[in-house]
Every structure is written in C-alpha cells, then in structure tokens.
Ligand binder design. Structure first.
Ligand code: SAM
Length: 203
C-alpha cells in the first residue's frame, strides 16, 4: 500500500477528481439517516457539510430551509456540487477547517473514512472546535482493522468501533457519543459493516 500523507490521501482525492462526473451522477439510496439528523435541529440551523460529493445532501438540506455551507476536498466534485446547488462550493480539505463555534451541526457522510488513521484525531478536533456547544455531528465509517485501499485505489481508515471511540474521545468532549452499526455498499460494489457515529459537542 502507498503510505498516505498524515492528514489526507492525495491518491484518493485524485480518484474523486478523475471520476467526479460519474460519481456525482450515481444513484444513491433514500437519505433516511440525513432526514433523522435534520429532525433534531432547530429551523434554519447552520450546517457545515464536509466531503459533500455531488451535492445531493446539501441540496436536500437547503431545500429544508437550513443554512448549508457545502465543502469538498476534490475540485472536480466541488464543481459538480456547485452546478447542482447554483452557488459556490468551497474546495476545502478536512485539515483546512479553521472555524470556531460557527455551526449548529456538521454532516460528514461517508467522507472522514478517507482520513489517514494518524490524522483522524486532528480532523475530529477541528470539527469539535467548529461546532457550537451542543452542536450535533454525524459521520459514517467502514469498519475494519486498520488502514487499507479498496479495489479502486481509495484509502480508507477502516477502524474498529473501539478504536473509533478512543479517537473521538481524544478530539474533545462528546455527550453523548453514539455508534450504531449497519450493512451497506459503496462505489466499489462491496458490502461492508458501517459504523454510524452521532456525536454531540459537550457544553
Ligand atoms: N458525502 C458524499 C455523499 O455521501 O455522496 C460523498 C461521499 S464520497 C465516498 C467521499 C467524499 O469525500 C468525496 O466527495 C471526496 O472528494 C471527499 N474527500 C475525500 N478526502 C477528502 C479530504 N481530505 N478533504 C475533503 N474532502 C475529502
């Protein structure tokens, strides 16, 4: 395996740039988890979306009346999302997040799973800092026993649930930190166990 750089994997971002058009046009499942997440927020809450991909989730959140800041580390996918949303989408890698107490919620669907294992605590600490006290944060990970690449060359951190809880705890206080598991697929067509993490920033 090519070793990823500490905070992001250039090969993975290059993959999304290369495949941006196809990836943004793929069929996605019903956004059940996103709808449940939004039900917990106040009307017009400020939501930061990390790794927004083609912008489908940002489109849904915006249509529901939330103030959405959509971002992605791939310029190609940010352009796809921008075309979908009709407004600017910032090209931002996770490790470039510098906001402080700016958001009521952070939505990071199936994207922090690409952060190199050694960089995940730093990225989670940035998210913790960007949230207001009591702010809500969702991220989904593919579970496993450590970093590896899929058949498409994308890097994944593949944490165990125990490992993930340790890394979240190192990044800040969460009350509560709730992990649920489920089966799900991906762009590589492989079914895996997913870890869905809902965390609330401690006051
Ligand atoms: N969240 C979208 C969705 O659910 O359709 C896209 C998920 S896709 C599996 C992963 C996304 O994370 C891609 O849009 C990719 O460009 C982005 N990404 C990967 N590494 C990143 C990084 N270091 N910083 C920011 N975005 C990154």
């Amino acid at each position: 395996m090519n070793a990823p750089t500490p905070l992001h994997d250039a090969d993975t971002l290059a993959f999304y740039d290369r495949e941006a058009g196809v990836y943004a046009a793929r069929t996605r499942g019903e956004p059940v988890r996103l709808r449940a997440f939004l039900e917990q927020l106040r009307p017009r809450a400020a939501i930061l979306e990390l790794g927004c991909g083609g912008g489908q989730d940002a489109e849904l959140m915006s249509a529901a009346g939330f103030e959405v800041t959509a971002t992605d580390g791939s310029a190609g996918l940010a352009a796809e999302a921008q075309a979908r949303l009709g407004r600017p989408v910032r090209v931002m890698r996770f490790e470039e997040l510098e906001d402080v107490a700016a958001y009521d919620a952070v939505w990071a669907n199936a994207c922090l799973l690409h952060v190199p294992e050694d960089g995940l605590a730093d990225v989670l600490a940035r998210i913790h800092r960007a949230l207001k006290p009591g702010g809500r944060f969702y991220a989904g990970f593919k579970s496993g026993d450590g970093g590896d690449r899929d058949s498409l060359g994308r890097y994944y951190n593949f944490p165990s649930e125990e490992r993930l809880c340790v890394v979240y705890a190192a990044a800040g206080a969460w009350e509560p930190l709730d992990v649920t598991t489920g089966q799900g697929g991906g762009f590589d067509g492989v079914q895996r166990t997913w870890l869905h993490v809902l965390a609330v920033k401690g006051a």
